[in-house]
Design a protein around this ligand. Structure first.
Ligand SMILES: [Zn+2]
Ligand SMILES: [Zn+2]
Length: 164
């Protein structure tokens, strides 16, 4: 496997579990490229674990299925449209318990680092402070989960949480 795509706003999609190694064919390019996206695809067609990382990266999957790969909520006015387009259509998304949403900081989208629990948040107090529910119950694999991001400019960690 050569030239694995990299993503500014989702630096380790294998580590976060949203991309898996798989020999399945990609429904977009038809090739067996070895890394398949398992996160959400918002489109009219149902597309589940059928897109390779390359078709995510170059936007061809989003174009073919008129899909978005994540959701945004309350986008700050200072975030440029190209950033929003990159997050929505050319960045692997992630699955939450409820409708997930991307986070923003310093007029840019933040990098998604993955699901976290209370212990993980203790080392990033600025993110822990943003959690508006009892944080001690959070677990990366349990029924209440935190979602951690990091600002690409100032390094501030951001987080929100949801539950089943
Ligand atoms: Zn593909
Ligand atoms: Zn920042």
């Amino acid at each position: 496997m050569t030239d694995v795509p990299t993503f500014r706003y989702h630096p380790d999609p294998v580590g976060t579990g949203e991309v898996i190694t798989s020999d399945a064919p990609c429904r977009c390019c038809g090739r067996h490229r070895g890394l398949m996206y398992t996160g959400p695809v918002y489109s009219e067609d149902e597309v589940v674990e059928e897109l390779c990382l390359w078709c995510i990266s170059d936007g061809s999957a989003a174009t073919l299925f008129e899909a978005e790969l994540t959701a945004v909520l309350d986008v700050p006015d200072d975030v440029p449209q190209p950033v929003l387009t990159e997050v929505l259509t050319r960045t692997p998304g992630f699955s939450g318990w409820q409708q997930e949403h991307w986070m923003f900081h310093c007029a840019d989208a933040a990098a998604y680092l993955g699901k976290v629990g209370y212990e993980d948040l203790l080392v990033v107090p600025e993110a822990l402070e943003m959690i508006n529910q009892p944080a001690t119950a959070l677990s990366a694999t349990g029924e209440a989960t935190g979602y951690l991001f990091r600002c690409l400019h100032c390094g501030t960690h951001l987080a929100y949480a949801d539950h089943v």
